[in-house]
Design a protein around this ligand. Structure first.
Ligand code: NDP
Ligand code: OXD
Length: 313
């Protein structure tokens, strides 16, 4: 059987390296040969142009180059073929590193020490054991569970919130709408690793942040969002920092990306900004996984990590 041809449609990401790696085994094009191009079997995409895929009559699967797929579902005419998300040790490891880095930095008062250093202040604030600070992971999926297990090994009590019941050894788990407030009430450092769906859009708002636990040695609640920017309301985060609802924040994602230079989050002293870089999609690791999946699919095997269209993730 002939190997299916790939349409590589990336917005905001240079296609060169992806193209080189995918074309080691298959023919890759950056544009279809006109609307209705019958030669395309697979699409490998990041924020593909709306309507690009709908007219391809022989498209059999769409591969996201990220773990999130909201960028694919944003297309109103998305054809009804399987959508495959990234699940890869390499990406999971990057996200675990980011989450543990940010949790430890807030826990060990990194922001305070950086401010003190600027003023040459020699002062040791009170230190608390990790066991006094609970970390709540919103979205206890592939990435959330991996981060949770490392945080547990460091001694943090860990809570997890998911859509359905997801028990995990050592983690206090909560599910669905009924579980949200109890989860927040038990959480000092909130780590957001949810997908963006109609249900999660705007979920990180002032009302939710107000529910976070305050009785901890951190001197206030902390938010870390590495899920998606439109999960949060930037203005609510600023308000929560200014009225003391939140002590500090680490944000990797924003309602508008790149974060506009005029956005006050850039210069707020209690905000740590990274440019959607928590877990990069490295083609060296991910392209071979996609190529293996395509080979297996053509042998008649099922695709792995196909997202649930109804759930949107
Ligand atoms: P998964 O699909 O494995 O996990 C998603 C988790 O969120 C699941 O536990 C799911 O619940 C939960 N969830 C979904 N909807 C709801 C809801 N309405 N209420 C409560 N819980 C909900 O995704 P991954 O862990 O692979 O990735 C998570 C997200 O991380 C991606 O969608 C992407 O947006 C983001 N990401 C960001 C990156 C970055 O660099 N900043 C890099 C990679 C990913 P359940 O278990 O019941 O299904
Ligand atoms: C992803 C991302 O979804 O990089 O993988 O945001």
């Amino acid at each position: 059987m002939e190997k299916g041809r790939i349409l590589l449609a990336l917005t905001g990401i240079h296609p060169l390296r992806w193209r080189e790696l995918l074309s080691a085994e298959r023919e890759v094009v950056l544009e279809p040969n006109g609307a209705g191009d019958p030669s395309i079997t697979y699409a490998v995409v990041w924020k593909q142009r709306p309507n690009l895929l709908s007219s391809l009559p022989n498209l059999r699967a769409i591969f996201s180059i990220g773990a999130g797929v909201d960028h694919i579902f944003a297309d109103p005419t998305l054809p009804d073929v399987p959508v495959v998300k990234v699940v890869a040790d390499n990406l999971t490891q990057y996200m675990t590193e980011y989450v543990v880095w940010r949790v430890l930095d807030h826990h060990r008062q990194g922001m305070l020490y950086r401010a003190q250093q600027q003023k040459k202040i020699w002062h040791e604030p009170q230190q608390r054991p990790a066991g006094d600070i609970s970390v709540g992971i919103m979205g206890l999926g592939t990435l959330g569970r991996a981060a949770a297990s490392v945080l547990l090994s460091l001694g943090f009590p860990v809570n997890g919130w998911s859509r359905s019941d997801r028990p995990m050894q050592g983690v206090s788990t909560y599910a669905g709408e009924a579980g949200l407030i109890p989860f927040l009430n038990a959480t000092d450092i909130l780590v957001v690793l949810l997908p963006l769906t109609p249900q999660t859009h705007g979920i990180i708002n002032h009302g939710v942040l107000k529910e976070l636990r305050k009785r901890n040695g951190l001197g206030g609640s902390v938010l870390i969002n590495a899920g998606r920017g439109r999960l949060q309301k930037d203005a609510d985060i600023l308000r929560a920092l200014d009225d003391g609802t939140l002590k500090e924040v680490s944000l990797d994602v924003f309602e508008v990306e790149p974060l506009p230079k005029t956005n006050p989050l850039w210069s707020h002293p209690k905000v740590f900004v990274t440019p959607h870089a928590a877990a990069t999609s490295d083609p060296v690791h991910l392209a071979p996984i996609m190529l293996r999946q395509m080979d297996a699919f053509e042998r008649g095997e099922a695709l792995e990590n196909v997202v649930d269209r109804n759930a949107g993730y």
